[in-house]
Design a protein around this ligand. Structure first.
Ligand SMILES: Cc1cc2nc3c(=O)[nH]c(=O)nc-3n(C[C@H](O)[C@H](O)[C@H](O)COP(=O)(O)O)c2cc1C
Length: 280
């Protein structure tokens, strides 16, 4: 990390940018945590085994700390607030992971709304006179916005099936490749049956370097935290539109990278979401 900062400092300050090699621990860690065909059998065996043990289930059924000897203050359950906060509470209560979809199409308007709330531009700020920065629906460490948003449309009215990249500036969908990729994504995300009825799949990717040149190794944390913000906005917007959503963090990295057309090194798939009409 310090090495990178020193090297950056020695260069022409106007060239500080994205052509520096990163060689970071973050990249190594990311690589080491990828799921692939070699390690997935032992990972799924391990998960299957621990889920069969009552001891483990009891352990994970209580995933929080308590301070039994400290003075505690009971919190009220009643909720008094503005109409906006009441609907936020309703949404938060309504949110559940949905694993069964009807296969009905969703509208382009619904998709556009989810995208806008996920990572759209909501305001403009000024770094310094003459250098503006557009800020988004989520907070971002240093306003560096290291994420990109892709959506694979499977069954969206008025939108050809295909993989699209979110064009932030124009609030548009830029086609990356045309075609129906729900079967491929179903395999890559370990939900083949469910994906027959998923209407759209979001893939949040990260371009680590955007944050790394400022924050070094800490950038990895910031990038992942931001992906969580975007994921939550995707999820809550879907529920606000009466749609269902499943956030998926387990997938064959290389396969998802390939489907959306990224190299998996300078830009990596981080988090995905399946969207559709919930089959309740
Ligand atoms: C980071 C993250 C990754 C997840 N990955 C998966 C996944 O790969 N497969 C899956 O079925 N669910 C996944 N989930 C959903 C969780 O299983 C689910 O949130 C949890 O069981 C709680 O249920 P609820 O969302 O209905 O409250 C993930 C959730 C999060 C936050």
């Amino acid at each position: 990390m310090f090495d990178l900062f020193q090297r950056v400092g020695q260069k022409d300050p106007n060239r500080v940018v994205y052509d520096e090699p990163v060689d970071s621990l973050a990249e190594l860690y990311h690589e080491a945590s990828k799921i692939n065909e070699q390690n997935s059998p032992s990972l799924s065996r391990h998960i299957g085994e621990i889920l069969q043990r009552d001891f483990y289930l009891k352990l994970i059924s209580r995933p929080y700390k308590t301070y039994p000897t400290s003075n505690s203050t009971a919190l009220p359950h009643s909720f008094e607030g503005t109409p906006l906060s009441a609907s936020l509470k309703e949404l938060v209560l309504k949110r559940r992971s949905i694993r069964k979809f009807t296969g009905n199409p969703i509208s382009l308007n619904a998709l556009a709304n989810i995208i806008f709330h996920a990572y759209g531009v909501t305001a403009k700020t000024t770094f310094k006179p003459g250098i503006d920065q557009k800020v988004r629906s989520v907070p971002s460490g240093g306003a560096l916005f290291p994420l990109e948003l892709y959506v694979a449309a499977h069954n969206v009215r008025d939108l050809a099936p295909g993989v699209y990249h979110y064009g932030v500036e124009a609030h548009s969908l830029e086609m990356v490749r045309e075609g129906q990729f729900n079967a491929q994504l179903g395999r890559a995300l370990f939900f083949e049956d469910m994906f027959r009825n998923v209407s759209a799949t979001f893939v949040i990717t990260g371009v680590l370097k955007r944050s790394f040149i400022k924050y070094g190794e800490r950038a990895y944390r910031f990038m992942m935290l931001e992906a969580g913000h975007v994921g939550q906005n995707i999820c809550l917007s879907a529920f606000a539109l009466d749609l269902g959503c499943l956030m998926l963090g387990g997938f064959y990295d290389d396969d998802v990278d390939e489907i959306i057309g990224i190299d998996g090194v300078s830009e990596t798939s981080l988090y995905t979401a399946a969207i559709g009409t919930a089959d309740l």
